[in-house]
Design a protein around this ligand. Structure first.
Ligand SMILES: Cc1ncc(COP(=O)(O)O)c(C=O)c1O
Length: 418
């Protein structure tokens, strides 16, 4: 067995990577610790990077082609991990999932069609719908801590929609939708003849059982396209390699023909290597270890928040009490955790909940950027319901995470004079 070292800090500065090299430009500040965009600071599996080096060493960088091995690896991965039996004609290549989604919208909807999304959600869902000239329909959450579906609102809003984009598992928040929830979503979409784009990019990193949306309802499956990739799973997003899956004959053919016509399914020289080499037992070995490490990081943040941001607060009960012949408003002291988190059931992104601090979004952003010197994803950018949150990427060595938490605590103590 190969033992991978996720504690190793790799300097990514100066490698033209968005996370480290674009942060100063995007935030206009030099000293921020980047814990935002969803790639990890871990080296990709070495056996994979060795294969890339060997390719480059060959020296000739001509056109690539999609080998049969790529299909075999993708089909095997879905069968082994999700018991989803696919054939070659059900799958195809797209360089990225946002790109794939943009094409799916153009292929399966027309301008002015209504498309529903579930905010707070990965921001390109909204922008891609708008870029495809479709009308955005926003489903509201049920009130609560965990972004439960407000089914009544969903059933109302889905009427007249041509399509819906599902994030399965959900980003942000890392919610893994249950079979019952997916079945209910599928039933509602089926009854309203809604085409579903299911983005399952984070599914291989689920800590709970992931269920592909297209496997819960045979009829809706024929009106669904799923996107999946090795990019998040094995930290190879920069290689530009993803897959689409459609078990409906007509949907698969229409999308394959559309992509082929524009050569949108044409991968670059190394695009077919990630799935071929990583959807394998060796890839699984790396992934299991990465997930153990990520789980350790999530545990660490959960404990840190509990231990460092739980404070006594005074709560007025609304009753009056008499003491020494005087009347006072009754109050009790309660322990309140002022910075909380939604524990992700999948992936390496934690939605931090700052709502108990009662800050406006502007104040929260200033607190994180100017106070804690952290570059996090602003919760408000995920749409309705994201206000009061910030998204923290814990796909990094523990040392980096400890530094981030230390900066958060220093800022908190300074702001609240503790
Ligand atoms: C839900 C979701 N979909 C898609 C992407 C991006 O995928 P790609 O880089 O393949 O476009 C991300 C990246 O964070 C994501 O979280």
């Amino acid at each position: 067995m190969t033992k991978y070292n996720f504690d190793k800090v790799v300097c990514r500065k100066g490698t033209d990577c968005i996370k480290w090299d674009s942060t100063p430009l995007l935030w206009g500040k030099k000293n921020l610790l980047p814990m935002w965009i969803a790639d990890m600071d871990f080296p990709s599996p070495k056996f994979f990077t060795d294969a890339l080096i060997k390719r480059i060493d060959g020296g000739v960088l001509g056109y690539g082609c999609r080998p049969d091995r790529w299909y075999d690896a993708v089909i095997k991965w879905f069968k082994e991990n999700y018991n989803w039996k696919l054939k070659e004609q059900n799958i195809g290549f797209v360089p990225g999932i946002v790109v794939g989604m943009a094409h799916a919208l153009r292929c399966f909807t027309r301008p002015n069609d209504k498309v529903l999304i579930f905010p707070p959600v990965y921001p390109p869902f909204a922008s891609q719908v708008e870029n495809a000239c479709c009308k955005l329909v926003i489903r509201e959450d049920a009130k609560g801590e965990t972004f439960d579906i407000n089914w009544k609102d969903f059933e109302k809003k889905i009427k007249g929609c041509k399509a819906m984009i599902l994030c399965n598992p959900h980003n942000p928040g890392g919610r893994v939708w249950s079979r019952a929830e997916l079945k209910r979503i599928a039933k509602i979409c089926r009854e309203n003849n809604v085409f579903v784009i299911s983005d399952e990019i984070h599914c291989d990193l689920s800590f709970e059982k992931h269920i592909p949306f297209a496997t819960v309802d045979a009829v809706q499956a024929r009106n669904t396209i799923t996107f999946h990739a090795p990019s998040k799973t094995f930290n190879v997003a920069g290689v530009g390699a993803s897959e689409w899956v459609a078990t409906g004959k007509e949907v698969a053919k229409k999308f394959a023909d559309y992509l082929k016509a524009g050569e949108f399914d044409f991968g670059h020289y190394d695009s077919f290597l990630p799935a071929t080499l990583l959807y394998t037992p060796k890839g699984r070995e790396w992934l299991n270890q990465a997930m153990d490490y990520i789980k350790g990081n999530i545990d660490y943040v959960e404990k840190f928040l509990k231990e460092n941001f739980t404070h006594p607060t005074l709560e007025f009960t609304g009753k009056k009490v008499r003491a020494s012949n005087e009347e006072f408003a009754e109050a009790k002291v309660t322990e309140t955790q002022l910075i909380k988190m939604i524990r992700p059931k999948a992936s390496f992104l934690i939605f931090l909940d700052f709502r108990p601090l009662g800050l406006s979004q502007k104040e929260l952003v200033e607190f994180i950027v100017d106070g804690a010197h952290l570059a996090l994803n602003d919760g408000a950018t995920f749409g309705a319901g994201g206000e009061g949150f910030m998204r923290l990427n814990v796909g990094c060595p523990r040392k980096t995470l400890e530094q981030a938490m230390k900066q958060l605590k220093t800022a908190f103590n300074k702001r609240y004079k503790l």
